[in-house]
Ligand binder design. Structure first.
Ligand SMILES: [Zn+2]
Ligand SMILES: [Zn+2]
Length: 288
């Protein structure tokens, strides 16, 4: 597991990488341009070199919020934007391009994903993120994600813990977490999970209202975050925090918290049972 933050590029690439280093990031995520507009791309020279020198990898690009591949009206425009972001990503050496499946019509989403398939056989890999649901938003249910990943094997998966909780998966309970990891292992496939957006949730279970919160201080809570981090830490994935107030003192605190939760001793019944060789629960992930 490599851990990092979503870092703004507003001050330029050098500043962003310096800040990532200051926080101890091993990976980072950026927008390639203003996420609420169709244009205005960020520029950057020697980005690959900067990242290499800072030992930051993988680089992840989060696509614009306005991308909506499920929309009849904006589907084509969204595809074009994703291809521009892909070009930017290639230049910067990004490994993944994360997108939200959008809201609207599933058939339209599938048609657009089919068209895009020929362009994403090499990095940056197109990576679908689960959403907090509500309205006609797609990609909220893990079964829906499973179906999409099965139909379009070129896609990777980015799991957002806050979105999943807001959609109705109770990650604050051990049962909910066990369900998640079993589903990931058995249905999604471990190799598909490339990224975790590690966010606690300010909003309640099933609220369908997307508000991220600081690690361990939200509705998922410390125990929930700890157990998930422990599972993720065994895997070759990028864990990105998208906590509020990026650039504030809270970044350092969130990073410290995440690292501490990975290290802290744990003595749950499950762990004890495992230790004694009595475990009846599935391994949450097969350890790598
Ligand atoms: Zn996202
Ligand atoms: Zn979110």
């Amino acid at each position: 597991m490599r851990i990092g933050f979503h870092i703004p590029l507003s001050g330029g690439w050098r500043k962003a990488v310096d800040y990532a280093c200051l926080l101890g990031c091993q990976t980072m995520q950026v927008f390639s341009h203003n996420p609420r507009s169709w244009g205005g791309f960020s520029e950057g020279k020697n980005v690959k070199l900067l990242l290499h020198a800072a030992n930051i990898k993988p680089l992840i690009i989060h696509s614009a919020y306005i991308v909506n591949l499920a929309s009849l009206k904006y589907g084509e425009k969204s595809r074009e934007l994703l291809l521009k972001e892909r070009e930017k990503g290639k230049r910067w050496g990004a490994e993944f391009l994360v997108f939200h499946p959008g809201s609207g019509d599933k058939k339209t989403l599938y048609q657009n994903l089919e068209i895009l398939s020929q362009h994403f056989s090499s990095p940056p890999y197109l990576t679908i993120e689960n959403t907090s649901g509500g309205g006609r938003r797609l990609g909220k249910d893990l079964r829906e994600i499973e179906e999409i990943l099965c139909l379009f094997p070129y896609l990777r998966f980015c799991l957002d813990t806050a979105h999943l909780f807001q959609q109705g998966y109770n990650l604050a309970s051990r049962r909910g977490r066990r369900h998640l990891f079993r589903f990931l292992g058995e249905k999604i496939g471990e190799e598909k999970l490339a990224i975790v957006h590690l966010n606690d949730s300010l909003t309640p279970l099933s609220s369908h209202f997307d508000r991220h919160w600081h690690i361990g201080r939200g509705k998922i809570g410390e125990r929930g975050m700890q157990e998930m981090l422990r599972e993720f830490s065994r895997r070759d994935i990028a864990v990105i925090m998208e906590t509020p107030g990026i650039g504030s003192e809270m970044d350092r605190i969130n990073m410290q918290k995440a690292r501490a939760l990975c290290r802290a001793p744990h003595s749950t019944v499950t762990d004890l049972a495992r230790f004694l060789g009595l475990s009846t629960s599935q391994p949450l992930f097969n350890a790598v």
